[in-house]
Design a protein around this ligand. Structure first.
Ligand code: GCV
Length: 668
């Protein structure tokens, strides 16, 4: 399938300013004998060439040099500089720009950043910009299956797999280029639910193709990760158990890792979903998750590989009648007792919230609980529960809030951002997002969903950048420099998460989506299911009490967070039904009763979508017809969805309560 260049389309209109510097390029220190560095530096040089010829219609004059030039752009690779991996420094003088880095990744990122700054007009004379990546691991997880389908994929088919085989084509390189341009340095290409043929990926299946992908990724400074099936040796017939303490099992994994690293020396490591939603894991053998993770980590350790172990472990066979079990507790309960037991090259990958990527959840209490364990935060930009790339829902403001949350873990504030960027041993920490890409020409289905991919990368590199800055920058390089367009796109993006929250499930309760595919409303769709996702609405009220009189999940937070959520006077409205069961006439901090809030927010959410359509429509003559029309169509679909949510939720609660809407709006 053909593809577009997303934000890397250098033919878009750029700002006036320093553009001319791209015409003349001096490469300093690029003559390295290190093959890994050489290939990344070649990508950097290629990028400048591309930018120059696309912007000016003419290739840049590129020379290998020993020192920086006095005009044009000089790109300096100098390993003796005191800079971390991926860091760069950009200096400008009157007619010249110098990019310096001590790592080839730093050179590549510096080049991408310079091009963006040139395109957006942000590079003036005499500036110095020093950047170094906040998170050492900046990762995407693809849930791609060998048959080419993508679990929770909303933008076409896989571009890694087709007909039960891995493959590479031009798009593989374009993908690597796209995600490297925002600093992604780690990618797991296959679904964490590892089935069938995918089980063999670790042990030789499609090895040549795997090598090809790793090589292309390597050219862009990206490490390949493989999701594995914990029961691989047994499933592949090599052992009759997958017990992590069994000698044959450990030996099988050791040999498997040795062979893999012989072929792919730059492999990042493995990603594991175990004992979760039917996947095999150490529980079957009476072993702990530390036993399982460490056994695999020890196979990787001699090669410098990392073992990323997911904490999304809960009972998905729950009896809805049993109110003593609370899924929100599960992640913490399963892992807190293992703090300090994981090897140094194990990282726990923890979903941002205790449930599962709902439009509003509190931060997972596990971040505040673990003190001696490496952690990464897992976000989802695939929008499984937030509109599936059919509805626009810009998630960066949500991620920012989560990253700024104080857990009071240990002696200090325990800010999530610090836990995932600073607290890992030997840089074993970071941020990961479940990817939103597929083989749709625009990569992300909805054109505006690409802002989530761009924004996640930017945030993992620099959590201080604001959601507004990201939206503005992304719009300028995606649609071309036009203040009216970027202002309007930013407005739509910034109102989209609140709008989605308003027209879907109220006050943090979540889970009113259609079962299975998870798009659109079904108020009781999960109410009598085994998935542990209940709201328990009756004629008096709704919510699961998670405080002292309920499941005590709130106790998993450290003080003062615990009291903050326990106490109704401080518990914020947007999460109040996540933590407490309330009656419909309970008065929120907003001054509205719960039932009034439900009605008002659902009407407002749908109105917000109408506003977004109005804003987008005003851009008709300023955006190319293709992207204008396809986005407009999606927004119109979103309005239908928002109205469906509004009417179903309002009607459901009106029927339960009999409380009429004060403003007499239409409820069915
Ligand atoms: C990959 C949710 C999704 C599943 C997904 C799972 C996970 O439950 O609905 O499709 O499986 O999360 O994160 O492992």
């Amino acid at each position: 399938m053909s593809y577009e260049f997303a934000w890397l389309n250098y033919k878009n209109k750029i700002a006036d300013g320093f553009g001319d510097c791209l015409k003349k390029v001096a490469l300093v220190g690029f003559d390295t004998s290190d093959r890994t560095d050489a290939s990344i530096l070649a990508s950097a040089a290629d990028e400048i060439k591309r930018a120059s010829s696309d912007i000016f219609g003419k290739e840049a004059l590129i020379t290998a040099s020993t020192n920086s030039g006095t005009d044009g752009i000089s790109i300096v690779f100098d390993k003796t500089l005191n800079m971390t991996d991926g860091a760069y420094c950009i200096n400008t003088r009157k007619n010249s720009v110098t990019i310096k880095a001590a790592s080839s990744r730093g050179v590549l990122y510096g080049v991408f950043r310079t091009i963006t700054l040139v395109r957006t007009g942000k590079l003036g004379e005499n500036v110095e910009i020093k950047e170094s990546p906040a998170s050492s691991i900046r990762m995407l997880n693809h849930w791609d299956n060998p048959d080419g389908s993508i679990e929770r994929g909303y933008s076409g088919r896989s571009f890694f797999f087709k007909n039960n085989h891995l493959y590479t084509d031009d798009r593989t390189r374009e993908y690597a280029r796209l995600v490297a341009s925002v600093g992604i340095n780690s990618v797991a290409i296959n679904n964490v639910n590892v089935n069938d043929i995918a089980t063999g990926l670790v042990s030789g299946y499609d090895r040549n193709e795997l090598i090809d992908i790793a090589k292309i990724f390597g050219d862009y400074g990206i490490k390949l990760y493989i999701s594995l099936n914990f029961a691989s040796p047994m499933s592949l017939g090599a052992t009759d158990t997958a017990d992590p303490l069994d000698g044959d099992v450990a030996a099988w994994w050791k040999k498997t890792a040795d062979d893999l690293y012989k072929d792919i020396p730059q492999l990042g490591g493995f990603l594991v979903k175990a004992d979760s939603e039917g996947r095999p894991g150490p529980f079957s053998y009476g072993r702990t998750h530390a036993d399982g993770a460490n056994m695999l980590a020890r196979a990787l350790a001699p090669h410098g590989g990392l073992l990323i172990w997911r904490c999304f472990v809960y009972n998905c066979q729950q009896d809805w009648r049993d109110q003593s079990v609370d899924r929100a507790r599960a992640c913490y309960d399963n892992f807190i007792g293992l703090d300090g037991e994981f090897d140094d090259n194990v990282i726990l990958q923890i979903k941002n919230g205790p449930m599962d990527f709902q439009v509003r959840e509190p931060v997972s209490p596990l971040f505040g609980g673990l003190c001696k364990t490496n952690m990464m935060i897992e976000f989802q930009i695939a929008q499984e529960y937030t509109g599936q790339q059919k509805d626009v829902c810009y998630l960066i403001p949500m991620f920012k809030q989560i990253l700024e949350f104080k857990t009071y873990n240990g002696s200090g504030d325990g800010i999530i951002r610090d836990i995932v960027t600073k607290n890992g041993k030997n840089g074993c920490c970071g941020m990961v997002a479940v990817s939103n890409t597929g083989d749709d020409p625009n990569w992300t289905g909805h054109d505006l969903a690409a802002a989530n991919l761009y924004g996640f990368g930017r945030l993992a590199f620099d959590p201080d950048v604001t959601a507004e800055e990201i939206a503005d920058e992304w719009s300028r390089i995606t649609f071309g420099v036009d203040d009216l367009v970027s202002g309007s796109v930013k407005q739509i993006l910034m109102m989209s998460w609140p709008a989605y929250e308003k027209y879907t499930s109220p006050l943090g309760i979540g889970w009113m989506i259609s079962p299975g595919h998870h798009y659109g409303p079904d108020v009781e769709g999960y109410e009598f299911s085994p998935w542990g996702t209940y709201h328990r609405s009756d004629r008096n009220g709704l919510g699961v009490e998670r405080g002292k009189t309920g499941t005590r999940m709130i106790d998993q937070y450290n003080e003062p967070v615990r009291s903050f959520y326990e106490n109704l006077e401080t518990c914020p409205d947007e999460l109040v039904l996540f933590f407490h069961r309330l009656n419909y006439d309970y008065v929120l901090k907003s001054g509205k009763t719960v039932i009034e809030h439900i009605y008002d927010s659902h009407f407002e959410g749908a109105e917000d979508v109408e506003k977004m359509i109005g804003i987008w429509s005003s851009l008709q003559d300023r955006i190319d017809a293709d992207r204008f029309e396809r986005t407009k169509k999606r927004l119109e679909g979103q309005l239908k969805n928002a109205c469906e949510w509004r009417d179903r939720i309002n009607t459901y609660y009106f029927r339960h309560t009999g409380v009429p809407d004060k403003l007499g709006r239409k409820i069915y």
